[in-house]
Design a protein around this ligand. Structure first.
Ligand code: 13P
Length: 261
């Protein structure tokens, strides 16, 4: 088995909180200044579609990459209101968040089958997908955390080939921790990250499983990031609220850079 230092990946998911060109400049200009020396962390900023062009222009020459928050799993066609993966790559977008809990449970009732199709289409277009999984509070309270995460893993990820799975990032985002200020404890996060890596090991073998990065998301901030990111199977974070503050988000990236130099 090859033991490697997986490179941290930090994503900033703006959700629908900022989306104009002006807001994008106000967020990205100070952020890029603060992180411009960091090389050992993958940093992704994911604004709404309306801000992608401005964001792609602003990050030119930096190591920060831009991600979309969703896409449609077809290249072209009669899909009113949807966005093709090739429209994203044409803009200079490299990453895409797929199966976020807000899309699974709030805005779109996305299913594992649909998310899997999106992951395949994203990879085919050359985008790196961040595939989100995570249980709701009532599911955790009923003792179903593992079952829910296994079902989501099996439905939206484990149909990938070994080569494909090394190209994705998994984000474990417990729904009860998103936007609530109730972060999973480092132990709770590690339990599920370890569980997900075990699923990867069973399906793909240890060498492949050790290469796949698993981010934690849910009320990550510059105060709790160090402890969360110090867990052996936590390979960075997907940050919502705190990514709206350029200074706090840069701090989170700096913390990650310090842990795995
Ligand atoms: P918060 O950091 O606001 O809890 O959001 C997490 C998230 O959903 C990132 O995708």
């Amino acid at each position: 088995m090859v033991l490697l230092m997986r490179k941290f990946v930090i994503g900033g998911n703006w959700k629908m909180n900022r989306g104009t060109a002006q807001e994008t400049k106000e967020m990205l200009v100070p952020f890029l200044k603060a992180v411009h020396t960091l090389k050992n962390v993958d940093i992704i900023v994911a604004p709404p579609f309306t801000a992608l062009q401005t964001a792609c222009d602003l990050i030119k020459g930096s190591m920060v990459k831009i991600g979309a928050q969703n896409m449609y799993p077809e290249v072209k066609g009669a899909f009113t209101g949807e966005i093709s993966p090739v429209f994203l790559t044409a803009l200079g977008v490299n990453w895409v968040i797929l199966g976020h809990s807000e899309r699974r449970h709030i805005v779109a009732s996305e299913t594992d089958i649909l998310i899997f199709k999106k992951v395949k289409a994203a990879l085919a277009a050359g985008l790196t997908p961040i595939v989100c999984v995570g249980e709701k509070l009532e599911e955790r309270e009923k003792g179903n955390t593992e079952e829910v995460n296994r079902t989501q893993f099996e439905g939206s990820i484990s149909g990938l080939s070994a080569t494909e799975v090394t190209k994705i990032v998994i984000a474990y985002e417990p729904v009860w921790a998103i936007g609530t200020g109730k972060t999973a404890t480092p132990v709770q996060a590690q339990e599920v990250h370890g569980f997900l890596r075990n699923l990867l090991t069973k399906k793909y073998g240890a060498d492949i499983a050790q290469q796949v990065r698993i981010q934690y998301g849910g009320s990550v901030n510059d105060k709790n990031a160090k402890e969360l990111f110090s867990q052996p199977d936590v390979d960075g974070g997907l940050v919502g609220g705190a990514s709206l503050d350029p200074e706090a988000f840069a701090k989170i990236c700096l913390i990650a850079a310090e842990i795995r130099k």
